[in-house]
Design a protein. Structure first.
Length: 323
């Protein structure tokens, strides 16, 4: 009798482990990062609401408030222009002035601060929204030093505003000091002047950069420096790191590149711009980039005058209006 053939047993199909794709892993990481960000934002908001600023300071999420004043940095609201005042241990530096229509406001501000004569004036570049009011300030307040960028004669302005500035300089017997890379002290603050090597007709990229350091607090004032000058500065290898960044060119999309912000790593950003200005400043793409770095973004069109006070360790912020 023939033996019955044994049927081969069917092997159970082995379940293959599904591997996550790079895209899926990226999405998971993005989701976790977003979730952590929301948790941190909620925790920070709760601690601020309950007044536990001390915990935020210990966690490194907020700066310790200044208990004294070694340096104060005043971002004065001059509409669609720039004007920054540095005061340190009785010494003063005014960086830009805004248009001529704001000169009376700036002079009044200086008088209220007890300034009879400025130690330094810096004009970042020869555009009227940065120097327009400086002729009146030089006439009525004066200065010991006037620093400006050296401009190619081919592109030096020939406007009536610029000629008015030069007349005021001549009438006061001042000499213009061409901006160069240098460092000096202003009271209890270290000042670094960083010049641009840009050559061309776009005067924004010829902006003088001012970096002020008081203890653990630092400020970077950038004029209208655009992407081209940013790359020049990065190649020079100068120290651009700063806790507070005066955002270049009123928040234009042509400035504040990711490369620049990587070098600065600001905790606070200040944008000087006019309310409902025709340029659309600050641009949404710039605000989006800044939001990845800065915990707080202040704007003169929303906050008015913005004042930072440093005691070398702690840092406080006061605004004229708004949050």
């Amino acid at each position: 009798m023939a033996k019955a053939k044994r049927r081969p047993q069917k092997r159970k199909a082995s379940k293959k482990k599904k591997r996550l794709t790079r895209r899926q892993i990226g999405s998971i990481i993005k989701y976790i990062t977003l979730l952590l960000g929301l948790v941190i934002c909620f925790a920070v908001g709760f601690l601020e609401y309950t007044g536990r600023i001390d915990l935020l300071v210990k966690l490194g999420l907020r700066d310790k408030p200044a208990e004294g004043e070694e340096l104060s940095v005043h971002f004065i609201d001059v509409g669609q222009g720039d004007c920054t005042l540095l005061l340190s241990d009785g010494k003063s530096m005014l960086i830009d002035s805004g248009e001529a229509e704001y000169s009376a406001k700036v002079i009044k501000y200086l008088r209220r601060k007890g300034i009879k004569r400025l130690d330094f004036i810096v004009i970042t570049h020869p555009h009227t929204d940065h120097f327009g009011g400086m002729a009146d300030i030089i006439k009525k307040v004066g200065t010991e030093h006037l620093i400006m960028p050296e401009t190619d004669p081919e592109f030096t302005p020939t406007t009536s505003s610029y000629e008015r500035l030069l007349r005021a300089v001549g009438d006061k017997g001042l000499s213009i000091e061409a901006a160069r890379d240098e460092a000096f002290t202003l009271g209890k603050t270290e000042i670094e002047i960083i010049s641009s090597d840009y050559k061309g007709e776009n005067l924004n990229n010829n902006s003088v950069i001012v970096r002020a350091v008081n203890g653990s607090n630092s400020f970077l004032i950038t004029g209208d420096c655009e992407n081209e000058e940013e790359q020049i500065l990065l190649k020079k290898g100068v120290d651009l790191s700063a806790k507070v960044l005066k955002v270049a060119h009123h928040g234009s999309a042509t400035a504040s590149s990711a490369d620049m912000l990587d070098a600065v790593l600001p905790r606070y950003a200040v944008i000087s711009c006019g309310r409902d200005n025709s340029y659309g400043h600050p641009h949404d793409v710039t605000l989006s980039r800044l939001g990845k770095y800065a915990d707080k973004i202040y704007r003169t069109d929303q906050n008015g005058n913005i004042v930072f006070v440093s005691d070398g360790e702690g840092l406080s912020v006061q605004v004229q209006r708004g949050s």
